[in-house]
Design a protein around this ligand. Structure first.
Ligand SMILES: [Fe+2]
Ligand SMILES: [Fe+2]
Length: 321
C-alpha cells in the first residue's frame, strides 16, 4: 500500500481509515509510511517487542550448554543456533523501529518488567537433552505460530518472519536430530531424552497463549490480519504435527489423554494447567529472576560497545561529509 496521510493533527481521519481498511481487506501490505490507526500501531509494537524480547532472552537457556556440548560438531551447531536467535531479535527490533519505537525504549521496558517475553524461557535447561527438546518442541511451536505471520498485514514484520521461519526450521530439525541420536543411544541417553520431553511438552503447549475464550487481544488482531489463526487452532495443529514425530523418535508425550479422534480428524489431548502458566507469567517461574538479571547485566556490560559504535559512526559520518 502506498497511500500516505499528511500530518493533519486532529483532522478527521475517517477517509484514511477507509483506505486502510480496504487495503487490509484486499490483502495488501501496510508499510511504515502509510496511515494506520493508533491502536493497530500500538498492537504491533507490543507484539513485535514481546517477540523480539523472547528471541534474545531465549538465547540464555541454550547458551548455558555451549561449553558443555558433547562434541565439536554439536558445539558448532548450538553456537550457530544461539547466534541466529540474536539475529532474530535484531530483525524484530528493527521492524518495531519502523513503527516509531526505538530499541532503547523497548529494552528499557523489558529490563523494568513493563514488557514481557515468552514464559517458556523461564524454565531451566537441566540436561543436554533439553537442547534437543527445546529445538524440537519450542522452536517447533514457534514455527507453528510464526508461519502464518509471514502473511501479517504489516509489511516489515511479515518480511522479517519469512527469514526467521527458514532459520527456525533448521533449529527444529537440529533438535529433532539431537533427540533421535539420544533416543537410539544407551538406555541412560534414551531416559535423558524422555525426561526432557516430559518437562518441555506442557510448557510448549502453553506457548500458544490462553484458550480462545480467554484471549483478550485475539479478535481485533484477527480482524487486522496481524493474526491469522486462533490460539487453540494453532495449538491443535502443533499437537497433530508432534504425535507422529514423537513416535518416530521412539519417545512418548507425557499425556495419558492424548489419542486420535476419528470424528474430528485430530488428536484429543489433556487439560493444560493454566495456573502454572499464570504463575510463570506473574514472575514466579523457576528462572524469571535469573533470566532478567542476566539480561540487565549483559546490557550494562555492553554499554562500552554501544558507546564505541556510536563514536565510530559519528567520526565516520564526519569524515564522509
Ligand atoms: Fe528465533
Ligand atoms: Fe529458534
Amino acid at each position: 500500500m502506498t497511500t500516505m496521510a499528511p500530518d493533519t493533527g486532529a483532522q478527521d481521519t475517517a477517509g484514511y481509515e477507509a483506505v486502510f481498511d480496504a487495503a487490509v481487506a484486499a490483502e495488501e501490505r501496510i508499510e511504515p509510511r502509510d496511515w494506520m490507526p493508533d491502536a493497530y500501531r500500538a498492537t504491533l509494537v507490543r507484539q513485535i517487542a514481546q517477540h523480539a524480547h523472547s528471541e534474545i532472552i531465549g538465547m540464555q537457556p541454550e547458551a548455558n550448554w555451549i561449553t558443555r556440548a558433547p562434541s565439536l560438531r554439536r558445539k558448532a551447531i548450538l553456537m550457530a543456533k544461539v547466534q541466529d536467535e540474536a539475529g532474530h531479535g535484531l530483525y524484530l527490533y528493527s521492524a518495531a523501529e519502523t513503527l516509531g519505537t526505538g530499541r532503547d525504549e523497548l529494552l528499557d521496558k523489558l529490563h523494568s518488567g513493563r514488557q514481557k517475553y515468552s514464559s517458556i524461557f523461564n524454565y531451566p535447561t537441566l540436561t543436554w537433552a533439553d537442547v534437543g527438546a527445546i529445538g524440537w518442541l519450542v522452536d517447533g511451536a514457534a514455527i507453528t505460530n510464526q508461519v502464518p505471520l509471514c502473511r501479517c498485514s504489516y509489511g516489515p514484520y511479515a518480511r522479517a518472519m519469512v527469514r526467521i521461519c527458514k532459520e527456525e526450521s533448521f533449529h527444529q530439525r537440529q533438535g529433532y536430530e539431537l533427540l533421535l541420536a539420544l533416543s537410539r543411544g544407551t538406555e541412560a541417553q534414551h531416559a535423558m531424552a524422555q525426561d526432557a520431553v516430559n518437562r518441555w511438552w506442557w510448557p510448549s503447549l502453553m506457548m500458544f497463549g490462553p484458550p480462545d475464550a480467554e484471549s483478550s487481544h485475539s479478535a481485533q488482531s484477527m480482524a487486522w490480519k496481524i493474526k491469522r489463526h486462533s490460539n487453540d487452532e494453532l495449538r491443535q495443529r502443533f499437537v497433530d504435527i508432534c504425535v507422529p514425530q514423537a513416535a518416530s523418535l521412539g519417545l512418548t508425550l507425557p499425556d495419558p489423554d492424548l489419542r486420535w479422534n476419528e470424528e474430528r480428524g485430530q488428536h484429543d489431548f489433556g487439560a493444560i494447567d493454566w495456573t502454572e502458566f499464570q504463575e510463570v507469567l506473574r514472575g514466579n517461574g523457576p528462572c524469571n529472576d535469573q533470566r532478567i538479571g542476566q539480561r540487565r547485566r549483559a546490557h550494562e556490560e555492553g554499554a562500552w560497545v554501544r558507546e564505541a559504535a556510536a563514536a565510530y559512526a559519528a567520526k565516520h559520518g564526519k569524515a564522509t561529509a
